[in-house]
Design a protein around this ligand. Structure first.
Ligand SMILES: *Cc1c(COP(=O)(O)O)cnc(C)c1O
Length: 397
């Protein structure tokens, strides 16, 4: 997945443009910048990459999720439905707004089960956030139907699925609002950065203002700006945007390398009868950032995970036993460890985590191994790796 593996003169040139004129800020300083507007140029590139009318760059993917929800009016006491398998950023971004994360089961797509979503809807539900984990996607048609039926805002976290698509549309552009991360380990990186993507002009205008103290960005050089509403600082810097600008132009190259490497490993594992692969909904095309497969049970997944590590197969994750991505180890959420007081409403809203079990999620995550697909591997290296992985799994099963 990580674009940083292939930094080149292209990234250096864009960064040097910024250093040459010295304007590291994305807004204002019109006279000094010698025509360089890296964040604006990157937004234009992303509008075409994601086939979306509006893109707002921000400081991170976590910020993008909070801003997307805020832009659609999600706030104090609102419930946002999200999956049990995601990055911790998902509930952080919801709770930052005083809203309540409602975790529900995943299915064999490794993200939101539309049935579990519908069962979790209450009078307080305001939004559904799907997280397109590990380069693939949920059943987007079914989720859209549920959201429309219950009049809910549909948000898509595509931080890990840059370059994937569903029925010809880029992941991140399908729901009402999409969120991307360009942190250091994502398929394209800015070092730190993120984006909110939408076709809704009001949401976009809100995101634009909210991510820069509520400034309305009217006129040149910031002189005449007013503050229609409160905001914060979630700006991206020109230096970060410059790196992303070079990277996004290389996205097709990165995706084709991922696809080649993914395919070699998948083919080597396909003939092992104990292995099945995650379900990709009809019409879906993965970004090939990860290869996800299931073993028959939790014990064999644990054994394979350990044997991979012992034999130098790095970058393969058994999320069931890792604490970044799965509910089972999110003690800081279930037991609410916060530096500052959390509202009574949110505390009560999270009570369900004391008793709710997620057996269906355990059933999939317990048996899943997720292997990161690197860009820097040569074809020979991938083949050697793929054969070694197949051998290890066959020895264990
Ligand atoms: C990386 C990631 C984020 C957060 O992005 P940052 O830019 O690191 O804040 C959110 N959601 C998912 C699924 C991610 O993988």
């Amino acid at each position: 997945m990580p674009g940083f593996e292939l930094f080149s003169d292209l990234e250096r040139k864009e960064v040097n443009d910024v250093l040459d004129n010295g304007v590291l800020m994305r807004y204002g300083f019109d006279g000094m910048r010698k025509g360089h507007w890296k964040a604006k140029e990157l937004e234009a590139e992303l509008r075409s990459t994601f086939q979306s009318d509006y893109v707002q760059l921000v400081s991170s993917g976590t910020a993008a999720v909070s801003i997307a929800l805020a832009s659609a009016g999600v706030g104090a006491g609102d419930e946002v439905i999200m999956p049990t398998f995601t990055f911790v950023a998902s509930f952080e971004a919801i709770m930052m707004l005083g809203a309540i994360p409602v975790l529900v089961d995943i299915d064999d797509t490794l993200t939101l089960d539309p049935k579990a979503v519908e069962e979790a809807i209450t009078a307080k539900t305001k939004a559904v956030m799907v997280v397109q984990m590990c380069g693939s996607m949920a059943n987007m048609d079914a989720l859209r139907t549920v959201c429309d039926k219950h009049n809910l805002i549909f948000v898509e976290d595509a931080c890990q699925a840059i370059g994937g698509s569903f029925k010809g549309k880029p992941l991140g552009s399908i729901a009402d609002l999409g969120c991307f991360s360009f942190d250091f380990v994502k398929t394209i990186t800015c070092g730190e950065g993120g984006a909110v993507v939408t076709n809704n002009k009001d949401y976009y205008t809100n995101a634009d203002h909210y991510s820069d103290h509520g400034h309305d960005h009217v006129g040149n050089d910031r002189g005449a700006e007013t503050h229609p509403f409160l905001g914060y600082n979630f700006r991206i810097s020109e230096l970060n945007a410059a790196v992303g600008l070079a990277q996004v132009r290389r996205l097709p190259e990165f995706i084709s390398i991922q696809k080649r490497n993914y395919t070699i490993i998948r083919e080597a594992l396909s003939h092992i009868p104990e292995i099945t692969f995650r379900t990709v909904p009809d019409g879906g095309e993965e970004s090939y950032a990860f290869l996800n497969f299931f073993l028959p049970d939790l014990e064999s997944a644990r054994k394979v995970s350990k044997a991979f590590k012992d034999n130098g197969i790095d970058a393969c994750f058994h999320y069931y036993d890792n604490n970044w991505h799965y509910i089972r180890k999110w003690d800081h959420l279930t037991n609410l460890k916060s530096l500052y007081p959390i509202s009574k409403e949110v505390k009560e809203g999270l009570q369900y985590l004391q008793t709710k079990s997620f057996e269906q999620s355990d059933h999939y995550i317990g048996r899943n191994i997720s292997c990161l697909i690197k860009l820097s591997w040569t074809e020979e290296e991938v083949k050697t790796r793929a054969n070694k992985m197949a051998q290890i799994i066959e020895t264990i099963n």
